[in-house]
Design a protein around this ligand. Structure first.
Ligand code: HAM
Length: 424
């Protein structure tokens, strides 16, 4: 029996790698324009880190974590908690007041796999730590917007505020009272959530719950003056940067650490998986994890969802990967000099393919087209004896003879010159 990958865990095949690298490279490029620095953390963390940050009553912690053995160790379900752990552990706040950090890597959640939802997925995660100003919120959101825009994607930005430890508890009490009145009509999950995590009822996807919560009180009407001011200034700062958004007073997010600004980049093109990226402020999190009392804001985007959406929306056509030269060695005594030439060319920075099987010219030229070679250098026994090869432009099929004299390094340099291969 063939062994297959585990359900929800996917290979990323060479055909898709160009797209993945393009997304990652565009992200690095955009993030670095905003002064972000990369950080890489381990995949395994102490379980307690996620319980204390994401929250014990969240779906992620309750049902979706890959936790091992004595339950002390968990495969990270997201990156924010790990970045905060590393930030605190290494005392980064002592070095400078504001840190802008990003990471790209795999995350693990034991969810029911479907299109755009995996058990191992990849996030582009960006965090700004140590800044409270609403303009920082707007700038971070604008960075996410710029990235999606440069990838050629059309998405909708939704915005909400989740208040703070001053205004949220009284609102929660008000919401619980409302939900208790409507208890009959709620789904079983929401009946339970009414007391464990009442805010989550607001974004239940079940039609009956959606109807009921239309009349629910809104946290936006209960914000304390500081949170209200902050939210107003974030909206103004976004308008100032020309970033379109909609307010969604039902957005609550699935992780408990959020305060004030929350946002999601959404699409209707990925079926049930509407969120391409999401994030928000987490002003109490660092202190709660034993660090200094400083605030933070960040977001994460799902790489699989971005890749799917690019296909769906027929976004930016990627440049096809190409080889500069395909060396066609035809016959026993041409193999050694051709392999030397290939090595010299690669040392000089060219992308070179070579076939050592001495297959027919026709078969090798077919292979050269398959790997998108721009040129083929055909070296048969007769040509080699005369100290030359035939250089073929794979696009126009024009051919000319090419002198193969001197050392392989000299041949390589001349060939590069002749082909004008731009060496990085
Ligand atoms: P999140 O909303 O749980 O937030 O995930 C962020 C993004 O990761 C989602 O919008 C989605 O694109 C992708 N994603 C999540 N789960 C899956 C999955 N099972 N399969 C495929 N893609 C998925 C966070 O993780 C927060 N740490 C974001 C954040 C950073 N907040 C502040 N800083």
């Amino acid at each position: 029996m063939k062994i297959q990958a585990i359900n929800g865990f996917k290979d990323i095949l060479p055909d898709s790698i160009g797209q993945w690298q393009y997304i990652e490279q565009t992200a690095r490029d955009v993030f670095e324009r905003f002064g972000m620095q990369e950080i890489r953390m381990p995949i395994l963390e102490k379980t307690e880190l996620f319980v204390r940050s994401i929250g014990a009553a969240t779906d992620v912690v309750e049902k979706e974590m890959y936790t091992f053995g004595d339950k002390g160790i968990t495969m990270r379900p997201e990156a924010t908690a790990s970045i905060m752990r590393a930030f605190i552990e290494h005392g980064l706040h002592v070095q400078q007041p504001v840190h802008r950090l990003y990471t790209i890597g795999p995350m693990f959640r034991h969810e029911r796999p479907q299109k755009g939802r995996l058990r191992q997925f990849h996030q582009l995660d960006a965090e700004v730590i140590g800044a409270v100003e609403p303009r920082v919120d707007a700038e971070l959101i604008a960075m996410g917007h710029m990235l999606l825009d440069e990838l050629g994607l059309q998405v909708r930005l939704e915005l909400n505020s989740l208040g703070c430890p001053v205004c949220r508890p009284p609102f929660k009490a008000q919401l619980i009272a409302f939900l208790e009145q409507k208890n009959e009509g709620l789904c079983d999950d929401c009946k339970r959530r009414t007391h464990t995590n009442p805010l989550r009822v607001l974004d239940c996807k079940k039609p009956a719950c959606r109807v009921l919560v239309q009349e629910a009180p809104s946290l936006l009407d209960s914000l304390c003056p500081e949170c209200d001011l902050h939210f107003g200034e974030v909206r103004e700062a976004l308008e100032n940067l020309g970033i379109p958004f909609q307010i969604n007073r039902f957005m609550v997010r699935g992780l408990d650490y959020y305060t004030r600004t929350t946002f999601e980049f959404l699409t209707t093109d990925l079926g049930a998986q509407a969120a391409v990226g999401a994030g928000g402020r987490y002003d109490g999190l660092i202190e709660q994890l034993g660090g200094p009392a400083i605030s933070g804001i960040g977001f994460a985007m799902g790489l699989e969802r971005i890749a799917l959406l690019m296909e769906q929306q027929d976004a930016n056509k990627l440049p096809a990967s190409t080889m500069d030269v395909f060396l066609v060695a035809l016959g026993g005594n041409t193999l050694a000099p051709c392999s030397q030439l290939a090595h010299a060319l690669r040392k000089q920075g060219a992308k070179v393919a070579i076939d050592y099987s001495s297959r027919s010219l026709k078969a090798q030229l077919k292979q050269a087209s398959r790997v998108n070679a721009r040129y083929a250098l055909i070296v048969g026994e007769d040509e080699w004896a005369r100290g030359e090869g035939i250089l073929r432009n794979m696009k126009t099929q024009e051919q000319q003879s090419f002198a193969l004299t001197g050392s392989s390094d000299e041949q390589g340099l001349r060939l590069i010159e002749a082909l004008n291969i731009a060496i990085q």
